[in-house]
Design a protein around this ligand. Structure first.
Ligand code: ADP
Ligand code: MG
Length: 312
């Protein structure tokens, strides 16, 4: 970047990094060096966030950083991996002290909250975007994949759906009730990576995915990878109360197709249902017949063709 690149990295990124004993060295060398506990494997995931696609430039830098980190950590939660380290490639249109201050505050606060160390990155000049790569660990062979769902498994989601999508649609509605507005924006800016469910998912889930593009399309990834199908119970799908109110008859379809919630969707052998953590809801069952079917309150069946966010 500019002449000041190194001072900038020192000031905004190196200062405030979470101290982890497994980082032999991080920011400052040509590569970071990390210690992996014996018997563990490393899981790696990368996500790019582009201004105008994944966030809006009018958002506070703090919220953008928080979201970027949380979205990456959610991928680790989906794999039942413990996130440890993260790197950040940041492209900025210009040097903006205020923005960088807010961004780095959000970055460090969020990483601290989850105990994850920033171990390196890159800075370039261009239109605003960021690519984060997170690395996590799991005991060898214990990462949970998309491909393990079995016929008769229950399909579970970890919480209410649709709030982030509604927030994105209505973020600049001036007449919105302030407390409702806060709830929606919290869901959009600060999604919760469900790392609290890690022990349960690792112990019992046969497959898992995090909901970034919408329940319909994301569940379809599990079905495809596992070569199975699904029956969903419409009344069981937990639609966010504000979505129900705003969308009325369309609330269910909205919740199925809107992205950015970052709840987990996982499959579970039937006999483990009693152990389900609070807030996790069974929404259907895996079937051997491929495709997705939706059963409504009147017991009517319809086949469901998932819709959600598609980049291309
Ligand atoms: P190189 O030229 O070898 O790629 P850089 O000059 O890009 O190295 O970066 C110097 C050091 O600062 C490296 O350790 C790199 O990982 C780190 N770094 C660069 N940008 C960032 C950033 N945005 N956040 C954290 N660390 C960064
Ligand atoms: Mg570099």
């Amino acid at each position: 970047m500019s002449m000041d690149e190194f001072g900038l990295i020192e000031r905004f990124f190196k200062a405030g990094v979470v101290d982890r004993s497994d980082v032999r060295f991080g920011i400052g060398d040509d590569a970071a060096c990390l210690q992996i506990p014996s018997g563990y494997e490393v899981l790696v995931s990368t996500d790019t966030l582009v201004a105008g696609v994944h966030f809006l430039t009018v958002w506070d830098g703090f919220d953008i950083a928080s979201k970027a980190v949380r979205v990456n950590l959610s991928d680790m939660a989906a794999m039942a991996a413990e996130p440890c380290w993260i790197s950040l490639a940041l492209t900025l249109p210009e040097y903006d002290e205020h923005w960088l201050t807010r961004f780095s505050q959000g970055l460090h606060a969020t990483l601290k909250r989850f105990g994850v160390a920033l171990i390196g990155g890159d800075m370039t000049k261009g239109s605003l975007s960021m690519t984060l790569s997170v690395q996590g660990i799991a005991p060898a062979g214990k990462a949970v994949r998309r491909s393990g769902a079995k016929p008769s498994d229950y399909i579970v989601v970890s919480g209410c759906l649709g709030a982030a999508g509604l927030a994105l649609e209505q973020w600049n509605k001036p007449d919105r009730d302030p407390s409702e507005h806060r709830i929606l924006m919290q869901a959009l800016h600060h999604p919760v990576p469900r790392l609290d469910l890690l022990p349960f998912v690792r112990a019992y889930a046969t497959s898992c995915i995090d909901l970034s593009d919408g329940l319909g399309v994301d569940l379809a990834h599990i079905l495809q990878a596992s070569k199975v199908g699904a029956m969903l119970e419409a009344q069981a799908i937990p639609v966010h109360p504000l979505v129900k109110r705003a969308k009325k008859n369309e609330a269910l379809d909205f919740a199925l197709s809107s992205g950015d919630d970052y709840a987990l969707c996982f499959t579970l052998p039937q006999e483990k249902r009693a152990a389900l953590p609070e807030g996790c809801v069974v929404i259907g069952q895996i079937q051997s017949e491929t495709g997705m079917r939706l059963r409504d309150a009147a017991n009517q069946l319809r086949s469901y063709l998932p819709q959600g966010y598609k980049h291309f």
